[in-house]
Write a protein that binds this ligand. Structure first.
Ligand code: ATP
Ligand code: MG
Length: 420
């Protein structure tokens, strides 16, 4: 993409009321636009990153047998009354709305109810199980504190998967499979080292649920971590009783601030009982379906990456989610020699399938470099009168700041090999 064509511009200042580092940088670099506290639009660069995060999650969900759908954001009050969660004191983050005839509707905060009701039309026999259904969908939550930028939106994208199993054993197997798929996702996104599978409160059907907590000062949660065993326990359940039930002692656990990037939950028969989601087992008896729910916030992940991978100059995207893999920065001369050269180079690189952002704007070198640092594309190629004279390209690594002179063929080879 030609940068002169991109409608967004970088800016020196973030909105004054913005306190989080992720939103400040993402707004300044033109990835997102703030509409309200906790409500952000994704702009071309931001959407490219979000879609890459989504792409990694989708691959891993498909690998474990997930089938993708999109459920509706407008939800039927009656469906929610089935479990008692329409009540604002039971679920305190509701956004509700009305039809012209005053029929009340909810804006989806989550989709357990809706999907359980839907699956009644499709699950009748043990032959219809197991089923794993997931979506990427906008959730609406009237969060009280929305100070963490895209890490806590009032409108945000969630990947939510729901499992429908015939018995506890097959549920437990899938739960374990999802746990591993989640670990692969966070590792692929460069957060593996700091993301812990964390024991958290389990609700009524299992003793614990598992949260995936990424250690960062920007997080709103607190966990206790034992670095040696890699065991982590959410502060909310870090009690003598929990430690005893897990056969652990307090020693070695250190408190850390973290953000919940994912969550997996055994639901038992809570929803299937409420909706009468039963099936006929192979022995002819009627049984309730055993369910689980598994969430990840792609926007929260994107915000977490920015919090962890940035410096005083701007963002440093890991290659997997970078909006473009290469930033071609041309420093134009008066005679257009550099422009002609850089245009042709840009065309060749894009034709080879490389994702290139080409800074073809008539800006000063200093401004171009500052913008490139802020936007944070991992690799940069600088073309100038001087590099053309020397018959080289100047190659710069955003993370290390290292600069080398290479040929176009070397650039192609290097980029083809790069994985991070
Ligand atoms: P939190 O305790 O941080 O509010 P939650 O327990 O409400 O999170 P879930 O309902 O389990 O979160 O949602 C599944 C996933 O969706 C979370 O693990 C997180 O990644 C993401 N998520 C939840 N709330 C938000 C939000 N307000 N903005 C962005 N992502 C969110
Ligand atoms: Mg919440």
């Amino acid at each position: 993409m030609r940068q002169s064509f991109l409608f967004t511009k970088t800016r020196k200042e973030a909105p004054k009321d913005e306190v989080s580092q992720n939103a400040k940088l993402l707004i300044r670099a033109g990835f997102i636009h703030k509409e309200l506290a906790g409500v952000y639009s994704y702009l071309p660069l931001g959407l490219r990153v979000l879609e890459k995060v989504v792409g990694v999650i989708r691959e891993e969900m498909n690998t474990i047998g997930g089938q993708e759908v999109t459920l509706t954001a407008l939800q039927d009050k009656k469906v929610w009354e089935t479990t008692g969660r329409w009540d604002d004191t039971v679920l305190d983050v509701w956004f509700k709305t009305k039809l012209k005839n005053d029929t009340e509707l909810g804006l989806g905060t989550t989709h357990e109810e809706q999907l359980t009701a839907l699956m009644k039309d499709y699950i009748a026999s043990y032959r219809d199980l197991p089923r794993y259904v997931y979506q990427f969908q906008t959730k609406f939550r009237n969060e009280t504190r929305a100070k963490s930028g895209i890490m806590r939106g009032r409108e945000f994208l969630m990947k939510d998967l729901y499992s429908f199993s015939a018995d506890q054993k097959s549920h437990d197997d899938f739960y374990e499979k999802t746990k591993q798929a989640y670990s692969r996702i966070f590792a692929r996104l460069g957060l593996g080292d700091r993301t812990y599978v964390t024991f958290a409160s389990g609700g009524s059907f299992s003793k614990y649920s598992h949260e995936f907590q990424t250690v960062t000062d920007a997080g709103e949660d607190s966990i206790f971590v034992d670095e040696n065993s890699k065991v982590a326990i959410n502060k909310e359940v870090f009690t003598d009783e929990t430690l005893k039930s897990l056969g652990l002692s307090k020693e070695g656990f250190v408190e850390k601030k973290s953000v919940e990037v994912g969550n997996i939950f055994s639901l038992g028969t809570r929803f299937s009982d409420a909706f009468g989601l039963n099936f006929i087992a192979s022995d002819g008896t009627k049984k309730p379906v055993i369910m689980g729910s598994y969430g990840i916030g792609p926007g929260r992940l994107m915000g977490t990456i920015v919090e962890l991978l940035s410096d005083e100059k701007g963002i440093i995207w890991p290659l997997v989610v970078a909006p473009f893999k290469l930033h071609l920065v041309a420093l134009f001369d008066k005679e257009d020699k550099v422009r002609v050269y850089a245009d042709a180079l840009y065309q060749r690189l894009t034709e080879q399938g490389m994702e290139v952002l080409y800074d073809d704007r008539d800006q000063r070198a200093g401004e171009k470099f500052a913008d490139a640092d802020l936007i944070g594309i991992p690799y940069r190629v600088i073309v100038s009168d001087k590099t053309i004279g020397e018959n080289v390209l100047e190659f710069k690594n955003r993370k290390t700041g290292e600069t080398t002179k290479i040929s176009e063929t070397e650039l192609q080879k290097m980029m083809a090999k790069k994985t991070e």
